[in-house]
Design a protein around this ligand. Structure first.
Ligand SMILES: [Zn+2]
Length: 513
C-alpha cells in the first residue's frame, strides 16, 4: 500500500507577508508553480499553472479586441538597427535595454539586429508599404508575442528580461480617430482589470517624463498592490505622427492631399500575473478571482473505508451536475489516493482555487456538499441536488469575484491620501505608502523635486472625476481630459503641492514597481 502524504508533509511554507513582502511574493510564485528561474539571469520559465492564467487573460482580452475591429497578426522578432534608429527619441529610450544579435549562421552580420523591445519600428515599416489611400484606413492590428528588454534588477512577472505581452498598433486618418482608439483601448483595459482580474485601477494620462519614448501622449491604468506600491498595469499611446513621418506612412486623402497617418500603440503583459498575486494573495498563497482562475472549483472526496463507493458515486454526480449546468466551468476532481484531504486542502488553497467542495460519507447521507471559499475561508453547505448545487456554486463564484474586487477597492480607498506639502507626502511614502492624490502644476521641476524628496512618481493624471474608486461608470469619464474641478476629496485640487502655483491638476503619486 502506498504511503499517504500527510498534512505534516506540507512543508511548502510561505513567508508571512508582514515579515518580508518580497520573500512572500517569491514564495508564492514559485511554490504555487507559476514560474521558475531560467538558466539566463533575469529570464523566467512560466510553468503550466502560470501559463494557464496567461491563457485566461488572453481569452478575456482577445475577444474584446476583436469586437472593436482588431485583427491579430505576427511580425518578426528581429529588427534591423537602422529601423530602430530612425525615430531618435524612441531609439534613445530603448537602446539601454536592447539585446543585439551580431552573428548568425557562423558569420558576422552586416547589420546588427535588435531583438524586439517593442515593434513600432518593424510594424511602421510594413504599414508604409500597405497603406496608400484613405480607403486603407483604419488599420487595426494586434500581436501576441514576446519582447526582450535587458533588465539589471528583475523580479518574477513584474520585471524580466523577456516577457509575453500583446501589442496593438493602429493607423488612422485623423488625430481625433487615433485619440478615440487610444481611449477605447484604455477603457477595455480598465473594464478587463476590474471585471476579470478584480483589480480596481485608475485610468489616466502619464506626465511627459513618464510617457512612452516617441509618443505624443501615454495613458495608463494604475493599480495599488497590497504593500502600498503602485503597478502600471497597461498602457495606451497616442503616437501622433512621429512614427508615420520617420517610416513614411502616408495616404492619399479624399481631398487629394498626401497625408501622414495618425497612430496608436498599446499593450498589457504577463506582469498582470504579478499584479494578481500582489493584490489578492495572502499568507496561505495565491487567491485567484474565478474569472481568471485555471481551476475555479476543486472537488475533494473525503475517503471512507465503509462508504467509499457512496462517496465516489456522489462525487461523480456532483461533477456531472456542475459541468452540465455551469457551462465552461473549470472544475477539477482531486481523487489522488496518495494524498490526504488535509494535504489537498492546503495545496489548492496555496494555488488560489476560488472554491473547494468537500464530499464525505456524512455529506452524502445528508444530501449535501460542503463548500469552502478561498477568499474568506467561509464554510457553507449546498444541496447535492443537481440544479441546486449548480446554482449554489454559480452564486458563490459570483460572490467571490465581486468580493475580491470590493476588498481591493476598499484597500485602495483607505490607502489613497491627500497631502498639503511635499513633507506630508514624504511621511506617507515612508509610512503606509499607497497613493497620494495631490495637485500638480505641470512643471517637470516640481515633478522631479517630489520624486527626489519622496521616492514617489506621478502614476497618472486621472481622467475621470478624481474621487478615487468612486463608482466608475463604464468609462464615460474617459472623454474629457481635464476635470480637475470635480471630485470631492480634499487636497486634490488647488495649489501645486510643491510650488504653490495655481492651478494644479490632480495627480496620483506613488512609489511604484
Ligand atoms: Zn509646481
Amino acid at each position: 500500500m502506498t504511503e499517504l502524504r500527510e498534512d505534516k508533509d506540507f512543508v511548502k511554507a510561505i513567508t508571512p507577508k508582514s515579515r518580508d513582502y518580497s520573500q512572500w511574493y517569491v514564495d508564492v510564485v514559485t511554490k504555487a508553480e507559476l514560474m521558475d528561474y531560467a538558466p539566463v539571469k533575469g529570464c523566467m520559465v512560466i510553468r503550466p499553472y502560470g501559463y494557464a492564467i496567461w491563457e485566461s487573460i488572453q481569452q478575456a482580452l482577445d475577444p474584446r479586441f476583436k469586437e472593436t475591429g482588431h485583427q491579430n497578426a505576427y511580425f518578426p522578432l528581429f529588427i534591423p538597427e537602422s529601423f530602430l534608429r530612425r525615430e531618435a527619441e524612441h531609439f534613445e529610450g530603448f537602446t539601454p535595454q536592447v539585446a543585439w544579435v551580431t552573428r548568425g549562421g557562423g558569420e558576422d552580420l552586416a547589420e546588427p539586429l535588435a531583438v524586439r523591445p517593442t515593434s513600432e519600428a518593424i510594424i511602421g515599416s510594413m504599414y508604409s508599404k500597405w497603406i496608400q489611400s484613405y480607403r486603407d484606413l483604419p488599420v487595426l492590428i494586434n500581436q501576441w508575442c514576446n519582447v526582450v528588454r535587458w533588465e539589471k534588477a528583475t523580479r518574477p512577472f513584474l520585471r524580466t528580461s523577456e516577457f509575453l505581452w500583446q501589442e496593438g498598433h493602429t493607423c488612422h486618418r485623423t488625430e481625433a480617430e487615433a485619440e478615440e482608439e487610444t481611449l477605447t483601448i484604455l477603457e477595455i483595459y480598465r473594464d478587463f482589470a476590474e471585471n476579470v482580474l478584480a483589480i480596481p485601477v485608475i485610468a489616466g494620462l502619464k506626465s511627459d517624463s513618464e510617457k512612452f519614448a516617441g509618443a505624443l501622449r501615454t495613458y495608463s491604468i494604475e493599480a495599488l498592490m497590497s504593500d502600498g506600491r503602485a503597478l502600471q498595469a497597461g498602457t495606451c499611446h497616442n503616437l501622433g505622427q512621429h512614427f508615420a513621418k520617420v517610416f513614411d506612412i502616408t495616404f492619399l486623402d479624399q481631398d487629394g492631399q498626401l497625408k501622414h497617418v495618425w497612430q496608436s500603440s498599446w499593450g498589457v503583459s504577463t506582469r498582470l500575473i504579478g499584479a494578481l498575486v500582489m493584490v489578492h494573495g495572502d499568507d496561505r498563497g495565491l487567491v485567484l478571482p474565478p474569472r481568471v482562475a485555471p481551476v475555479q472549483v476543486v472537488v475533494v472526496p473525503i475517503p471512507s473505508d465503509r462508504d467509499g463507493e457512496l462517496v465516489t458515486t456522489a462525487v461523480a454526480a456532483a461533477r456531472d451536475a456542475l459541468t452540465t449546468d455551469v457551462p465552461g466551468l473549470r472544475l477539477k476532481v482531486d481523487d489522488r489516493p496518495e494524498y490526504t484531504p488535509g494535504w489537498k486542502f492546503n495545496d489548492w488553497e496555496m494555488r488560489g482555487v476560488p472554491l473547494r467542495l468537500e464530499i464525505g460519507p456524512r455529506d452524502v447521507k445528508a444530501g449535501q456538499v460542503v463548500a469552502v471559499r478561498r477568499d474568506t475561508g467561509e464554510k457553507s453547505t449546498l444541496s447535492a441536488e443537481p440544479a441546486a448545487l449548480a446554482q449554489g456554486v454559480r452564486a458563490l463564484l459570483d460572490d467571490i469575484q465581486r468580493g475580491l474586487y470590493e476588498r481591493a477597492k476598499v484597500f485602495r480607498e483607505v490607502n489613497t491620501r491627500s497631502a498639503a506639502s511635499v513633507e506630508e507626502m514624504a511621511d506617507v511614502m515612508e509610512g503606509p505608502r499607497g497613493f497620494v492624490l495631490a495637485p500638480w502644476c505641470g512643471s517637470p521641476e516640481c515633478e522631479e523635486h517630489i520624486k527626489e524628496a519622496t521616492g514617489a512618481t506621478i502614476r497618472c493624471l486621472p481622467l475621470a472625476p478624481a474621487a478615487a474608486g468612486g463608482g466608475r461608470d463604464g468609462g464615460s469619464g474617459l472623454s474629457g481630459e481635464d476635470r480637475s474641478g470635480q471630485g470631492g476629496r480634499s487636497g486634490e485640487t488647488g495649489r501645486c503641492v510643491r510650488c504653490g502655483q495655481v492651478p494644479g491638476r490632480p495627480a496620483y503619486f506613488a512609489r511604484a514597481y
